[in-house]
Design a protein around this ligand. Structure first.
Ligand SMILES: Nc1ncnc2c1ncn2[C@@H]1O[C@H](COP(=O)(O)OP(=O)(O)OP(=O)(O)O)[C@@H](O)[C@H]1O
Ligand SMILES: [Mg+2]
Length: 576
C-alpha cells in the first residue's frame, strides 16, 4: 500500500514527468561545450574560417542560454512540488502533533514531525533531487565517449564505477551519525523549551548557571553528531572531486596516446575529457547532498510511520446529542505509552442533573479519571458511555462540543479572552460567549479587566492571574452548554467569591440537565454536588450520596482516641 506522503507526492506525478523531460533536454544541451570544442579543433582551426567560428559561436551561445532556462524551470518546479507537498500534509502533521501525546505519551519536545516535514520539503526544493534526475544520463555520456573512441569510453566507465562506489560508501558512513545528530537535536530543543517555560523559577533560584551547563553539554553532543556526518561527506566529497579531475586528465592522457598512435584527433581528446567531467558531475552533486538526502529519507520514514499510526478520522455516523446519562463499566486507565493501570475497575452511573464530586489523596488517580471521562485517554479496559455510546463511536470533533473540560494545570492559549472562551471557533457566537461567562460567574471579572473580552492573554495566562485564568477557563468549559462538564480541581486558585461562582456554575449545569464531575481537594468545591466518589490508589473506595460518603470517610479518618501524654522534653531541657 502506498504511504500517505507517497500518495501526496504521487499527486505531483505530472510535475515529476515534466522535470524528467526537462532534465533530458537539459542533458542533451549539456553536450554543447564538448561539441563546440570538437568543432573548433577539428573544423575551425584547420579551415581558419572566421565566419564558421562566428556561426558556431552564436549557435553555442543560444544553446547555453536555452540550457540555463531549462535549469531554471527545473528548480522552480521542484520548489513548487516541495510546497505543494507541504500544503497537502502540513495540516495532517499538525493534527498528529496534537494527538500523538495521547497515543504514546510525551516524547521529546513533540515537534519532530514539523521538523521532519521541513526537512523533506527543503530537500525536495534544493539541488539534491536534480542530481537524481541527472544521474540516469551518465550512460549517455559514457556512450558518446565510447563512440569518440572505445578506449576513452572504458576510461570514463572506470572513473564512473569508482565514483559511484564512493557514493555508496558515503551512504554507509553517514547513516549512523545522521540518526544520532537528529536525536541529539531533539534533546537539545527539549532543554531549551523547558528552560523557556520555567524561566522565572530558574532565574529566581539561581539555576541559570546549571541550566547553561546542561545546555552546553547537550549542544556539544549535537554538534559532535553533526560534525561526524559533515566530516564524512566533506572528506569523500573532496576525494570525489580530486578523482574527477584525475579522470579528466586521464582522458587527456589516453587521448594523447591515441593521437600519437594516429588513432584520434585533438578535438576528440578534448571533447572526451569535457564529456567525462560532465558525466560525473551529478555524482559529485549527489555526494555533496548526501547528508541532506539521508536526513530527508529518515524524516520521510518517521513521518510515514506517524501518519500511519494516527490515521485521519473516518467520518462517523452523526449520533444525537447525549442528554440522559454517563456510565462507566469496570473502566481502567493507563497513561499513554505505559501499561501501568493508574485507575482500576471504576463503575458508576450518573443521570442528567447529577453532580459528582471526586475526592482522594494526591496521586490516587483523580486527574486520570478526568482524562478518561473526557476521552483523551481511551479506557485500557472496560467502557465509558454517554447515552449508551462509547466515545470511539463519535468523531472527536463532535464529541468535543458535548464536553467541557477544565484541566488541573490551566493554560489559556494566545488570543483574546473571548476567543479563549469560544474555544477558538472560527465563527464564535457572541451570545454564547456571554452566556458562558455569566454561567461561570466571570462576566464582571472580565469587564473589570483592562480591555474586557478583547483583552489579549498569553500562553501561560500572562497578563492575568492564575485565579483569573482558572475562572475564564471555567467559562470555556461551559461554552455552548456541553452535556458533560469535567472540572479538575477548579478551585485550586480561587478565593471565596470564586468558590461561590463555581458552586453556582455547578448548580446551573445541573438545573439545565447536564452532568458535572468536580475533582476537589478543598471541600468548598463540592458544595454543589449530590454524589461523591472517593478514590484511593486508583480504586473506588466509596461511591454514593454525598452525606453518606462523607460520614463514612469521617468515621474512618477520625483521629484515634487520645493516649496518655508522655513527657519527652526532660532530656532536651536537661542538656540546654
Ligand atoms: N502521563 C502520565 N504518565 C505516567 N504516569 C502518570 C501520568 N499521569 C498520571 N500518572 C500516574 O498516575 C497516578 C495518578 O495520577 P493522577 O494525576 O491521576 O493523580 P491525582 O489524584 O490527580 O493527584 P493530584 O491530587 O496530585 O492531582 C500517579 O501515580 C501518576 O504517577
Ligand atoms: Mg490531579
Amino acid at each position: 500500500m502506498r504511504s500517505e506522503l507517497g500518495a501526496a507526492l504521487a499527486s505531483c506525478r505530472g510535475a515529476f514527468i515534466a522535470i524528467g523531460l526537462v532534465s533530458g533536454l537539459s542533458n542533451v544541451l549539456m553536450l554543447t561545450g564538448a561539441m563546440f570544442m570538437l568543432e573548433i579543433y577539428d573544423r575551425v582551426l584547420p579551415s581558419r574560417s572566421v565566419p564558421t567560428l562566428v556561426g558556431i559561436a552564436i549557435l553555442a551561445a543560444g544553446l547555453y542560454a536555452a540550457q540555463g532556462m531549462l535549469d531554471l524551470i527545473r528548480s522552480r518546479v521542484l520548489v513548487r512540488i516541495g510546497s505543494a507537498l507541504d500544503e497537502d500534509v502540513s495540516g495532517r502533521v499538525f493534527d498528529t502533533i496534537l494527538r500523538l501525546p495521547m497515543k504514546v505519551g510525551k516524547v521529546g519536545d513533540g515537534l519532530q514531525p514539523l521538523r521532519d516535514l521541513d526537512s523533506v520539503r527543503s530537500f525536495l526544493s534544493g539541488l539534491g533531487p536534480i542530481a537524481l534526475f541527472d544521474l540516469p544520463w551518465l550512460p549517455l555520456y559514457i556512450g558518446i565517449c565510447y563512440l569518440l573512441h572505445p578506449w576513452l569510453g572504458y576510461t570514463a566507465l572506470g572513473g564512473a564505477i569508482i565514483l559511484i562506489a564512493l557514493t555508496l560508501v558515503t551512504e554507509m558512513l553517514t547513516r549512523r551519525p545522521t540518526k544520532a545528530a537528529s536525536s541529539f537535536a531533539v534533546s537539545r530543543s527539549q532543554l531549551a523549551q523547558a528552560g523557556h517555560r520555567n524561566a522565572e523559577a530558574i532565574v529566581a533560584m539561581g539555576m541559570v548557571g546549571h541550566m547553561v551547563h546542561r545546555w552546553a553539554e547537550a549542544n556539544r553532543q549535537y554538534m559532535a553528531g553533526q560534525w561526524s556526518a559533515s566530516d564524512v561527506v566533506g572528506g569523500l566529497g573532496a576525494v570525489s572531486k580530486v578523482l574527477r579531475m584525475m579522470l579528466q586528465s586521464a582522458m587527456l592522457g589516453v587521448g594523447a596516446f591515441l593521437v600519437i598512435l594516429q588513432d584520434a584527433t585533438a578535438g576528440i581528446i578534448i571533447a572526451g575529457s569535457i564529456l567525462a567531467a560532465r558525466a560525473l558531475a551529478p555524482v559529485d552533486l549527489a555526494i555533496a547532498h548526501w547528508k541532506a538526502f539521508a536526513a530527508c529519507r529518515q524524516s520521510w520514514q518517521r513521518l510515514n510511520k506517524l501518519l500511519a499510526m494516527l490515521p485521519s478520522e473516518r467520518p462517523t455516523m452523526l449520533l444525537p446529542a447525549p442528554r440522559e446519562k454517563l456510565t462507566l463499566e469496570n473502566a481502567s486507565a493507563s497513561p499513554p505509552g505505559s501499561a501501568k493501570l493508574v485507575l482500576q475497575d471504576v463503575s458508576f452511573k450518573l443521570e442528567r442533573g447529577n453532580a459528582l464530586g471526586v475526592i482522594g489523596p494526591t496521586g490516587s488517580g483523580k486527574s486520570s479519571l478526568a482524562r478518561l471521562l473526557v476521552g483523551v485517554w481511551p479506557p485500557a479496559r472496560g467502557k465509558v458511555r454517554l447515552d449508551g455510546c462509547t466515545f470511539d463511536q463519535w468523531s472527536s470533533e463532535v464529541l468535543g462540543t458535548h464536553i467541557g473540560y477544565l484541566p488541573q494545570d490551566v493554560e489559556l492559549l494566545t488570543g483574546t479572552v473571548a476567543q479563549n472562551i469560544a474555544r477558538f471557533e472560527s465563527e464564535p457566537d457572541p451570545k454564547a460567549i456571554l452566556a458562558a461567562a455569566k454561567a461561570a460567574g466571570v462576566h464582571e471579572l472580565i469587564t473589570e479587566l483592562g480591555e474586557g473580552y478583547k483583552m489579549q492573554v498569553g500562553e501561560r495566562g500572562e497578563a492575568i492571574s492564575a485565579g483569573q485564568a482558572q475562572r475564564i477557563a471555567l467559562a470555556r468549559a461551559l461554552y455552548r452548554d456541553p452535556f458533560l462538564v469535567v472540572l479538575d480541581e477548579p478551585n485550586s486558585n480561587l478565593d471565596a467569591a470564586g468558590d461561590e461562582a463555581l458552586t453556582k456554575a455547578i448548580l446551573g449545569v445541573r438545573a439545565r440537565g447536564g452532568i458535572v464531575i468536580v475533582i476537589a481537594h478543598r471541600p468548598s468545591a463540592i458544595a454543589g454536588v449530590d454524589l461523591l466518589l472517593m478514590l484511593n490508589q486508583g480504586r473506588v473506595q466509596a461511591f454514593g450520596p454525598k452525606d453518606e460518603v462523607l460520614s463514612k470517610v469521617l468515621q474512618r479518618d477520625a483521629p484515634p482516641p487520645p493516649r496518655p501524654l508522655k513527657v519527652v522534653s526532660e532530656k532536651g531541657n536537661a542538656s540546654s
